[in-house]
Design a protein around this ligand. Structure first.
Ligand code: ADP
Ligand code: ADP
Length: 226
């Protein structure tokens, strides 16, 4: 679990685009924070800076109090869950979930334990030997989350993880994401342009526009003063 702090953070891309401007944000330990706003407002840029996939131009980024501006992605222990799942099609569910741990030279027995524990939490135990093509969209999404969970990251970053699903599955997965989060309790930053998703999933919601946060509060408080 982790606290993530951005202090006066600005991102200018090489072409001069200022995607994020003097942004302040504190994500509290264990909370599910949503970044919501229209396309192009800078949500993905914020996530990618936290993950270390994008260099910060100005300002400070701290994880658990440590300045991590210059730390490589693999040294931040933060897991990013992408919208397109990015599962390996030729590998089984078990192999997909084990892969990063094998790369990190985690002992075999511990890998097996962690994969099975995550599979139980995600109700994937019965599907461990299947390949992604044999799974439903929702199951694939859970495998993608499982790959993140087995690494016991300090935080999850999710970029529109439900945007490729049909409407019915989205509603199911929304409940699923909330259930997993309450079970695992890992600090999560979740990006969406969908207001309903933001208001139903978030402990707190940060409303972004034009590279800044306009409002940051609980869904209940945002309903009262929209
Ligand atoms: P969102 O996730 O809210 O859609 P992004 O963070 O993707 O917003 O983009 C914010 C702004 O930065 C947009 O104007 C976008 O076009 C621009 N942008 C994003 N990535 C790059 C990049 N690699 N180079 C230049 N501009 C970029
Ligand atoms: P999002 O779903 O976050 O809105 P986009 O479709 O805006 O994503 O961006 C997808 C990819 O294209 C990202 O890696 C982003 O960095 C890049 N990108 C977005 N806008 C620009 C831009 N104006 N110039 C260069 N790359 C961009």
């Amino acid at each position: 679990m982790a606290t993530i702090e951005l202090q006066d953070v600005t991102k200018r891309y090489d072409d001069g685009t200022e995607a994020v401007s003097g942004l302040d944000l504190e994500v509290r330990d264990g909370e599910f924070l949503i970044l919501v706003g229209p396309s192009g407002c800078g949500k993905s840029t914020v996530l990618r800076m936290i993950a270390g996939l994008e260099q910060i131009s100005d300002g400070e980024l701290r994880i658990d109090g440590d300045r991590v501006n210059d730390r490589a992605p693999k040294d931040r222990n933060i897991a990013m869950v992408f919208q397109n799942y990015a599962l390996y099609p030729h590998m089984t569910v078990r192999q997909n979930m084990a892969f990063a741990l094998q790369q990190a030279k985690v002992p075999k027995r511990e890998i097996a334990e962690r994969v099975e524990e995550a599979a139980r939490a995600l109700d994937l135990d019965a599907h461990l030997e299947r390949k992604p093509a044999q799974l439903s969209g929702g199951q694939r999404q859970r495998v993608a989350m499982g790959r993140a969970i087995v690494r016991s990251p300090k935080a999850f970053l999710m970029d529109e993880p439900l945007s490729n699903l049909d409407a019915k599955l989205r509603v199911q997965m929304r409940a699923e994401v909330a259930r997993i989060q309450s079970r695992v309790g890992t600090t999560t930053v979740y990006v969406t342009h969908d207001q309903t998703e933001a208001m139903t999933l978030g402990d707190r919601v940060a409303v972004m526009r034009g590279g800044v946060i306009q409002q940051l509060d609980t869904p209940a408080a945002l309903y009262e003063r929209p």
